[in-house]
Design a protein around this ligand. Structure first.
Ligand code: SAM
Ligand code: SF4
Length: 476
């Protein structure tokens, strides 16, 4: 079979990154190799995001640019997947006639058949059927052998919460959890291929398994914690209303569970939280933060904020700023509210002007920037265990001390802060530093988005790394 190339363009969240990996995997038996060069592509898949208007506009602009390419290379196949595909269906082809395939969020398992049909019949297809539920993939021996140290693993799809601003329940469908055995097998296979950290993904991980009568999320975490060779576990996202006592305790009891939680608050005003249908109050949120910090004083807490929700008054907005000041998050993702198709808030009156939303966003970012910097600066002088992920973006640097070129590595603290470092004065032999190893680093400098450190004498190997299968220098 002649090699053909697929270029996958991923927009949006970690779920889409995970789905794009699955897309590449199911296309392999058709002879498609993944490429990062657009001009080599025989097939282009755009994996889209509908969460905010901006992401959707980004997608249409990218898709528009592909029209010229298709004119020059007439047998090129263009497919659109993900949340915008699910939301818009055939309307995408009405707008962009050069698109051959629109496939929804539940159609990845059917992709080989759809692409095969387009290759032989040169037809246009729309498949946005969601009735089949979660598709479980059969992983081949080498499916995960791509040198990565950290990977996402979806544990559930969809969402039943219907927050009034959110499109997810409409484009990802009802909440459905995967069986624990499938999740654990996938993680074991990842670990056998060099992965040392997994992030478990779901829109509301706390309700994992409840509908299906599977185990609780805390029990699933405990089972993942028992997997030999895995060093770290993260998860996202936990809805504040469902953050249970047993999950809180997991932060104390499970040694591999990282000291970081992403707990989106969205607003500090009870009136707005109510309009958002979030089903918790500011007081309940603060209570959960207090409990988390009592159990793990060193836990990092990050959050999401929406500014300019319909009807958000200046007083409501100030309550959000006050909450940010009170919690002092380690980091924040802040967004300007945008109307989404079907989402209830799109029908609310008293929309906030774009200029006002922009000003509120800037105030949130400025305030949080101050706390992020303070948190990072507080780490200077501390010793942190870093899971090395590979070379940093600035791969080669000059070590001023030795005047020798040195390799710059990157990794994260348990609290999810990026740390870059070089081998420096040689306390750790160069060949000992490889992606997937834990290295103990003293933090020397703090920047707004990262830290800089130096390896200290002892290398930290908290688990028996020598016994791991596939130990290799898997630098990304
Ligand atoms: N399931 C997660 C939760 O409940 O917090 C969030 C998932 S959503 C993919 C990520 C973030 O996008 C949300 O936390 C929210 O802050 C933001 N978001 C969602 N819909 C939005 C909208 N219509 N306008 C602006 N931001 C939005
Ligand atoms: Fe959207 Fe709310 Fe579900 Fe999160 S919990 S995905 S914000 S509906």
């Amino acid at each position: 079979m002649n090699a053909k190339y697929v270029y996958i363009h991923t927009i949006g969240c970690q779920m889409n990154v995970y789905d794009s990996d699955r897309i590449a995997m199911v296309l392999k038996p058709l002879g498609y190799k993944a490429t990062s060069l657009l001009k080599l592509a025989d097939l282009i898949i755009v994996n889209t995001c509908a969460i905010r208007e901006k992401a959707e506009l980004k997608f249409f602009s990218f898709l528009g640019r592909l029209a010229d390419m298709k004119r020059e290379k007439t047998d090129l196949i263009i497919g659109v997947g993900g949340c915008v595909a699910q939301q818009e269906g055939a309307r995408i082809m009405e707008r962009m006639a050069h698109v051959d395939l629109v496939f929804g969020t539940s159609a990845i398992g059917r992709l080989p058949g759809l692409i095969g049909q387009i290759e032989s019949e040169r037809c246009q297809i729309v498949d946005i059927d969601m009735s089949a539920g979660i598709h479980e993939f059969d992983y081949g021996e080498d499916e995960h052998r791509n040198g990565k140290v950290t990977r996402f693993v979806t544990i559930m799809q969809g969402c039943d919460n219907f927050c009034s601003y959110c499109v997810v329940p409409y484009v990802r469908g009802q909440e459905t959890s995967r069986a624990p055995a499938k999740i654990l097998n996938e993680i074991r296979l990842l670990v056998e291929n060099g992965v040392r950290e997994v992030t478990l993904l779901g829109q509301n991980v706390n309700s994992y398994g409840q509908k299906e009568g599977l185990c609780s999320f805390a029990k699933l975490l405990a089972a993942v914690n028992d997997i030999d060779g895995l060093l770290r576990i993260r998860f996202t996202t936990s809805h504040p209303k469902d953050l249970s006592e047993d999950l809180l305790l997991a932060f104390k009891d499970l040694e591999k569970l990282c000291r970081h939680i992403h707990l989106p608050v969205q607003s500090g005003s009870n009136r707005v939280l109510n309009l958002m249908n979030r089903k918790y109050t500011r007081e309940l949120y603060l209570e959960k933060v207090k409990k988390l910090r009592n159990l793990r004083p060193d836990i990092a807490i990050t959050s999401d904020i929406i500014v300019g929700f319909p009807g958000e008054t200046i007083r409501d907005f100030e309550k959000t700023l006050e909450l940010i000041k009170e919690v002092k998050f380690d980091g924040l993702f802040a967004f300007k509210y945008s109307d989404r198709p079907n989402a209830a808030a799109a029908r609310l009156p008293d929309k906030i002007s774009e200029q006002e939303k922009q000003e509120r966003l800037q105030r949130v970012l400025d305030q949080q920037g101050h706390y992020t910097t303070l948190k990072n600066e507080a780490l200077v002088g501390c010793v942190e265990d870093i899971l090395v992920e590979g070379y940093s973006k600035r791969h080669r640097v000059i070590d001023l001390h030795n005047r020798q070129p040195d390799v710059q590595w990157t990794g994260r603290t348990s609290t999810n802060k990026i740390v870059n470092f070089i081998q420096g004065d040689g306390v750790i032999p160069q060949d000992e530093i490889v992606a997937g190893k834990m290295v103990r680093i003293r933090i020397a400098k703090a920047f707004s988005h990262s830290l800089w450190g130096q390896p200290v004498k002892a290398e930290l190997i908290p688990f028996n790394l020598d016994s791991l299968i596939g130990e290799k220098s898997n630098v990304a």
